[in-house]
Design a binder for this molecule. Sequence first.
Ligand code: ADP
Length: 570
Amino acid sequence: MKKGLLVLLAIAVMMMALAGCAKKDEGLYNDGTYVGEGEGKYGVIKVEVTIQGGKIKEIKTLEHSETPGLSDPVFEKLYKSIVDKQTTEVDAVSGGTITSDGIKQAVADALSKALKAGAVVTKPADTTGTTEAAVQNQDVEVDVLVIGAGGAGLTSAITAAENGAKVILLEKLPFVGGNTQISATGITASDTILHKNQGISFTVEDHIKRTMETGKDVPNLELVTLLAQSSSDAVDWLISLGLEYKVKNEEEPFWIIPVEGHYGAQLVAAMKAEAAKYDNLEIRTENKALELILENSVVVGAVVENSNGTYNIKAKNVILATGGLNNNPEMIAEYNAKYAGIHTGMTTPGATGDGIVMAKAVGANLIDMEHFQVRPLSLNGEWFRETILSTEGKGGILVNLDGERFTNETLSPKELVTEILGQRDRVAYFIFDQEMAETADGKKAFTKGSGVSADTIEELATLIGLDAATLAKTVEAYNQGVDAFSRKTMGKITVGPFYAVKTMPSNHYTMGGVEINKDAQVIGTNGAPVPGLYAAGEVVGGLYGPGRVAGNNTLDDIVFGKIAGRNASK
Ligand code: ADP
C-alpha cells in the first residue's frame, strides 16, 4: 500500500471515531488556516484550507508537481465541489482521478487538523448536476454540432457561431482544452505582422519547405500550402482575442510564442472567453459522442452519452474535432505494432481516437495512420531533450531495471524509442552526475521528472530499487570508456551527487487521421466527400506524414477549424 493511502485511511478512521460524540450544526471546524498534504500522480500535493465560521471557505494550492495546465481544471473543479458540499467526499474529476485523490487526501489532512473535538462528519446528499444533465438529455436539433472541445473544436464552434449558426460543442471530459491546453511551445506561422514588426524573416515559402521536408514529402502539399498561407490570418485572429505574442528570435523565426506565460493554457483561456460571447453557442462538457448518425448516406448528427444516459443531437453538419489517439495504446499498436505497450504520459485523457472510429464507421478514409510522434524520454506530461545524454561532452547513461546499459544513448529519438520499449516494463533510468545536473536539460529532467539523488551510485541504486553492485559496475565501465554499443561521445559520471530519473517512451502526437480536402470536408474511401461531415485538428491526417513541424499543430487547429466552421455553417 502507498504511504499516502495509509495516511488517508488513518484520517478516515480518525474522522469516524470523532463522529460518535456528536454536536450538530455548530460548524465542524475551528476557524483558521490549515495546511495538509496528499500524494498526487507525480508527488506531494500541499494545500492550505481556510476555515471561516466553522466552514470550509477557501482552498489554495501551496505546492504540486501534477501536469502543468492539464491539472489546473482538476484542482479548480475539486476545490469548488469540496467548498460547495463542505466535504472531501466528492467525485473525482474524470480524467484526473489520481490527482483528485491526492487533492482530497491533502484537504482531508488539513481538515483533520481543523476538526472540532466532538464534531460530526456526515455525508451530504449529492444534488449537483442533475438539473443540467436532465435538460441535456433531450434530443435536440442544431445547425452545427462540433465534437471535441480542444483548439480545433473551439475554433470551429466560434467560427460557426460567428456566422450565425446555432452550435453545440461537445466535450466528453469535465473541462475543455484537450491536448491543446498542454501545448507548451507556440505556434508556427509565416509572414505575420510580428515578423514585419520585429524585422525577422520567415516566409510562406520557408514554411511550406520546412513542413514538407520534416514530413519527408509525405504531407499533402495542397493542404500544407493552405496552412502556411493562412498562418498570418490565424495569428491576427489570436491577437484579436487579446493574446500577446512575439517571434521567438532570428535563430527560430518560425516560432510565435507568448510574450510571457504558458502557450496552450493562454490559448484555450482566450478561446473559451471568446466562445462565451455567443448565445448561439452552447458548450456541453461531460457529454461524449458515441457514434455519428447516418441517414441516406448523409451525416446528420451524433448519439451522445452523459451521466443521464444517451440522446441524439441532430445537425445540418457535424465537425469532428476529437484530437488524436495518444491515450489509446491498443489502438496505436493496431496501426503500428512497433509501438505496442507505449506509455501515455504526454497526453490528456480524452485523446482515445474516438473520432477515428466514428469517422471510419461512416466510410471516412484514414491516411498516414502508421505515423506517430513518439518521444523516447518522457516524464510527467513532458519530455526531456535527448541532448541530455550527451550535452557539451558531458554524458549520462540509460540503464534498464537490471541496472545495465542496453543501447547507444546517442541514437536518434526514433531508435531510442524502440530500444527502451524492448526493456522490462518498457522503462529506463537516466543516470547522470552533478555536472549534467547543472545544465538546463539536467535541471529540467530532475525537477520535472521527480528525480532522486544520492551521494554515491550505490545509494542511488538502492533508492530506485536497482541492484547497487550492478549499477556501480555499469557506471564504472562507462567511465572507463567501455561501450558495447558504439557510442562515440562518452561523457563521465564522476562528480557527485548522482541523479536518477525514470523515463519512458510516450506518444506525443498522432500524425495520421481522417482525410480531408481544402474545404475541411471528410473524404470517404470512395474518394468523394462524406456529406455532412467536416474535420479539423489532430483527428485529421495528411499534414505531417512521418515528421511534424512542432507548432504547425495548433496552427492547423485554427486554420482548418475556421474553414470547417465556416463551411459547416453556410
Ligand atoms: P485538437 O488539437 O485537434 O483540438 P485536442 O486534443 O486539443 O485536439 O482536443 C480534442 C478534444 O476532444 C479533447 O478535449 C477530448 O477530450 C475531446 N473528445 C475526444 N473524443 C470525444 C468524444 N467522443 N466526445 C466528445 N469529446 C471528445
